[in-house]
Design a protein around this ligand. Structure first.
Ligand SMILES: [Fe+2]
Length: 256
């Protein structure tokens, strides 16, 4: 295995390959950015010193999470909980269809009393299968914003941001790479120990952020295209968890 250790190759119920690696060799820490010393109102932590955040690319500290789309949400969720022992931080359900169960889950590693990222994996029901985005932690809001300016100046396209999420609370900024893959810079996410019970909330576009610009069609993957229409028709015909009621519920959630 690249990076050392032993690996087991698995296939999740959506058909997404999952490689579980045990005892990978630890790598030296990446050079970091120091968090800024901030003044808050009357709380003066920085005096006789200026604030000069470097105008440079965001320096990644680590991979935070991956988001997947699946047509077999309930089966895939059970598989991750049973196979990897992960636990649910938050469920989202379609408005008026709560009785049919959740259609999105944010799940975390169960490290017992040791707090873990609110979600290492998030998964939602949809006509597509596989990668939606991956998220990389950076040190703070200035790193996100300065790094965003750096990308903007070089012609990269922001998908959505800067804002603060609700589920997980992260400060977020979403970008597209030249191959159209979505990547997220985030900071200040929630960490939960095993004691925190799952939350439940209705799925909605406006419920994705506490503040920030309105969510974009690009982020939602809602731009209509012939490929998208084919994907939806194919999903509706197949033996899976997507049916007309749920598709309508998803479309309503995207516009609410
Ligand atoms: Fe994310």
């Amino acid at each position: 295995v690249p990076g050392g250790g032993k690996a087991v190759n698995l296939l999740d119920p959506s058909g997404v390959p999952v490689r579980v690696v045990h005892c990978a060799e630890p790598l030296p820490e990446l050079p970091g950015q120091r968090p800024l010393l901030l003044n808050f109102g009357a709380e003066h932590r920085r005096t006789n010193a200026t604030q000069r955040p470097p105008r440079e690319p965001s320096r990644i500290q680590r991979l935070g999470h991956v988001v997947l789309e699946t047509r077999v949400f309930a089966r895939a969720l059970d598989w991750y909980l049973d196979t990897l022992g992960m636990i649910v931080s938050d469920f989202l359900f379609l408005d008026g269809q709560r009785g049919r169960g959740p259609t999105m889950a944010f799940i975390r590693c169960d490290l017992g009393s040791v707090p873990a990222d609110h979600h290492t994996l998030a998964m939602h029901l949809g006509p597509g299968t596989g990668y939606v985005h991956s998220a990389y932690q950076v040190t703070d809001l200035d790193s996100i914003a300065a790094g965003g300016e750096y990308l903007n100046e070089r012609g990269y396209r922001r998908s959505w941001g800067i804002g603060r999420h609700i589920q997980g609370s992260q400060l977020f900024d979403y970008w597209r790479d030249p191959d159209h893959f979505m990547l997220e810079h985030f900071a200040d996410g929630d960490l939960f120990s095993c004691d925190v019970e799952p939350g439940w909330a209705p799925m909605s576009a406006s419920g994705l952020a506490q503040w920030g610009p309105p969510v974009t069609r690009d982020f939602l993957g809602a731009s209509p295209s012939p490929a998208k229409v084919r994907e939806v028709l194919h999903a509706l015909r197949g033996d899976n968890e997507l049916d007309p009621a749920r598709l309508l519920g998803l479309m309503k959630a995207m516009n609410s």
